[in-house]
Design a protein around this ligand. Structure first.
Ligand code: G3P
Ligand code: CA
Length: 251
């Protein structure tokens, strides 16, 4: 029985502000198998970990990431919107997160948020950081921008890629193969048992997002998805334990 991994979505974002060092530290602390995060490029070409194209929602500043330097973005708190306890948090760089994860064995799923803004050379810059920190064997790159995934495959053919999608694709495993991806990262309600089975038959991993409801976690675990991407890795770990012990009893 293959163990479904649990990836902390934007870190352990249920209990700490999303995409901050605090959220990533919490995910490590509770033993998540991996971390998912989002990256954009600043005006001075630095890779920063933040979900939106602007800093408005998750910091106490305003403006587009593409128009601000790293130094300008770091002037603002990335945690006070969540709770005063996290006022010291700043928008991390990708390098900082890689450094944090380096001594661990966690997987890192980097989502390139380049589907709205086409950041110049984001792909090359991310690859450079992956190489610098030696993460080639435990990184997955994903994106809703499939042109970017296609490009990544052309410049780094063996890189694990996850095709992010929100709609109901026809034969998504075939689409993933065409793109040179090794996985699909579907919006969880679009997944059914046949998609999981046929993807696996085609050698494609299935990692649905963002699954926080234990009812859906249980169903997806029973279907044998490869990872659950969730805001609350602790809840998912509990459900995984239950599903595994039930399956063990049946064997
Ligand atoms: O990578 C899975 C998930 O994070 C994609 O959606 O909007 O939460 O980045 P979003
Ligand atoms: Ca994401």
């Amino acid at each position: 029985m293959k163990k479904t991994e649990i990836y902390a979505h934007r870190g352990f974002s249920k209990i700490a502000p999303e995409n901050t060092m605090a959220a990533f530290q919490e995910a490590i602390q509770v033993g998540a198998d991996g971390i998912e995060l989002d990256v954009h490029l600043t005006s001075d070409g630095e890779i920063v970990v933040i979900h939106d194209e602007t800093i408005d929602r998750t910091t106490d500043g305003t403006g587009w990431v593409k128009d601000l330097t790293l130094g300008e973005i770091r002037m603002y708190s990335a945690g006070s919107w969540f709770s005063p306890h996290f006022v010291q948090e700043r928008v991390p760089t990708l390098a900082e997160v890689l450094e944090l994860l380096e001594p661990t064995s966690l997987w890192l799923n980097i989502e390139l948020k380049n589907n709205i803004i086409r950041y110049p050379n984001l792909e090359e810059k991310v690859l450079r950081e992956i190489d610098r920190f030696g993460f080639q064997k435990r990184v997955i790159l994903s994106s809703f921008n499939h042109l970017s995934l296609h490009y990544l495959h052309s410049i780094r053919p063996n890189l694990p890629l996850g095709v992010l999608y929100e709609c109901n694709l026809i034969d998504p495993w075939d689409y993933a193969i065409q793109l040179g991806a090794s996985a699909i990262h579907p919006f969880f309600p679009t997944v059914d048992e046949e998609i999981v089975r046929r993807s696996h038959e085609a050698g494609i991993a299935v990692r649905p997002y963002t699954v926080d409801d234990p009812v859906y976690q249980k169903i997806l675990l029973e279907w044998g998805v490869d990872a659950l991407i969730t805001n609350d890795p602790l809840v998912a770990q509990g459900v995984r334990e239950q599903v595994q012990s039930t399956l063990r009893e049946k064997e």
